[in-house]
Design a protein around this ligand. Structure first.
Ligand SMILES: Cc1cc2nc3c(=O)[nH]c(=O)nc-3n(C[C@H](O)[C@H](O)[C@H](O)COP(=O)(O)OP(=O)(O)OC[C@H]3O[C@@H](n4cnc5c(N)ncnc54)[C@H](O)[C@@H]3O)c2cc1C
Length: 433
């Protein structure tokens, strides 16, 4: 079949890969000049199935409200919610019910496990280097964090996730450069979890796909999808200028017909599928990426792999010769405006744990949107419009879920029974407008 993929974030590129693997003729449309420039650009890089979990969880509302007025609160609501966000919050709150949470968490974990295997298999097959790190360590600063983590550990055990609750001394063996001046009570070590550079993976996979014959129409914004008797017409507009630079996009007709279309456009998806009324909201987060500082005659003073400061919900990830700190959840607000408070928290957490690890003068700051559905699982499957499929809404775990989601979607497009139950991921689970 001729299949179009709309959007070349990590989800779109891996979807193109799965469809190409199945023998389809694939064309990817992307409004930006490169792949992985939006949500997939500088995320924390975690590929940790045990931590792929719905944000709609029992007790979450109490937790969020409890730290509402703290300057370093992990969650921030910028202004009063409009009707769309209010509706989303209502659905989110309803999905916090223990039974709903348990079902969604189980489904997301199964998808994340499958995805991690596929990510590594794909990297090996294509020779992709993505600054892979092994193991994740969650830092519990004090008694309070240890006590709060206990119910979560019970769930991890029930789900069969391999983890160890370890002492301060054991944490320092896992991450020898952890600063001794910062109080540390204990840690949760997940030795099978991983981390890696999402953007690099997407860029390398795109290059391999292009060589294999997948067409990438960059600088092409899809304006509209039209279902016709013989397939779907993609109405796209090529941008001929990008800033001050004139670019020459591959010559493309404004309208092109395909047998099927897969929308992987994240925050751009609702506009392309208005009838679906996908309850998608951006939950903004921040990251700062810094080069590792080398000190002559001293060992590496940076992290070895990935860590999470549980008190501040800040991730610290080693990515090759760089360190990335990431966190914060901002609802509403300006996608481009960088607030000082979350950035200060990121720097503070890095300073607390790895004060000599990185050169702060060369920091790269980023704000990105997590494309978040209220209940947790992404939307993967038929969109309700004939010939149009969707694979989007991966929230805080798009990198960890990308390769598994791509396979699930491609199996459905091929009419094959997927290895995982697709029901929890149905894009039609909120009904159709
Ligand atoms: C601070 C932060 C930390 C995170 N940490 C992690 C982590 O550790 N692990 C993890 O798994 N996930 C993490 N995430 C989440 C992850 O980054 C996202 O879930 C993932 O990048 C979403 O990928 P995507 O391909 O769906 O979206 P995107 O990367 O945004 O891709 C969508 C693409 O569609 C294009 N597009 C949209 N509309 C159109 C249109 N009409 N025509 C053409 N193109 C269009 C856009 O330009 C874009 O390139 C984090 C996110 C943030 C913000």
């Amino acid at each position: 079949m001729r299949v179009a993929v709309i959007g070349a974030g990590i989800v779109g590129v891996t979807t193109a890969q799965a469809l190409h693997e199945d023998g389809h003729e694939v064309t990817v449309f992307e409004r930006q000049g490169s792949v992985a420039t939006e949500s997939s650009f500088a995320n924390a890089g975690w590929l940790a199935p045990g931590y792929v979990t719905p944000w709609a969880a029992p007790g979450m509302l109490r937790k969020v409200l409890g730290q509402w007025f703290a300057r370093d609160a992990a969650v921030h609501l910028a202004g009063l919610p409009g009707p769309a966000l209010a509706g989303w919050l209502w659905r989110w709150w309803r999905a916090c019910h223990p039974r709903t949470y348990a079902a969604n968490r189980g489904a997301m974990l199964a998808l994340a496990r499958d995805s991690l295997q596929r990510t590594n298999a794909l990297a090996a097959a294509r020779g992709i280097e993505h600054e892979r790190g092994k193991g994740v360590l969650v830092l519990l600063r004090g008694e309070a964090e240890l006590a709060q983590s206990r119910p979560g550990l019970k769930v991890l055990a029930e789900l069969g996730v391999n983890f160890h609750l370890i002492s301060e001394a054991q944490c320092r063996q896992v991450e020898p450069a952890l600063d001794t001046g910062t109080a540390l009570k204990a840690g949760i070590h997940l030795p099978d979890a991983e981390s890696g550079n999402c953007r690099q993976f997407a860029l390398e996979l795109k290059a391999a796909l292009q060589q294999a014959g997948v067409a990438f129409r960059l600088h092409h914004t899809v304006k509209r999808l039209e279902s016709v008797a013989s397939g779907v017409t993609v109405h796209a507009e090529a941008d001929t200028t990008s800033g001050a630079v004139t670019v020459q996009p591959e010559s493309t007709p404004a309208q092109e017909q395909f047998d099927a279309v897969v929308v992987c456009a994240a925050m751009g998806a609702p506009a392309l599928l208005p009838a679906l009324r996908l309850p998608l909201q951006p939950v903004y987060g921040y990251s700062v990426t810094l080069p590792v500082q080398r000190h002559d005659g001293y060992p590496d003073l940076g992290p070895r792999a990935a860590l999470m400061d549980e008190r501040y919900k800040v991730a610290i990830t080693r990515l090759g010769e760089r360190v990335r700190i990431a966190g914060s959840a901002e609802l509403a607000g300006d996608p481009k405006a960088l607030r000082d408070a979350p950035l200060a928290t990121l720097y503070r957490v890095l300073q607390d744990w790895f004060p000599s690890a990185a050169r702060q003068s060369s920091a790269q700051t980023w704000k990105g949107a997590r494309p978040m559905l209220p209940d947790g699982p992404p939307a993967i499957g038929p969109s309700g419009t004939p010939g149009v499929w969707i694979n989007t809404g991966h929230g805080s775990s798009g990198w960890a879920l990308a390769c598994g989601s791509a396979r699930l979607l491609a199996d459905m497009v091929a009419g094959r029974a997927p290895a995982l139950d697709p029901a929890p991921f149905s894009p039609l689970r909120w009904g159709r407008g």
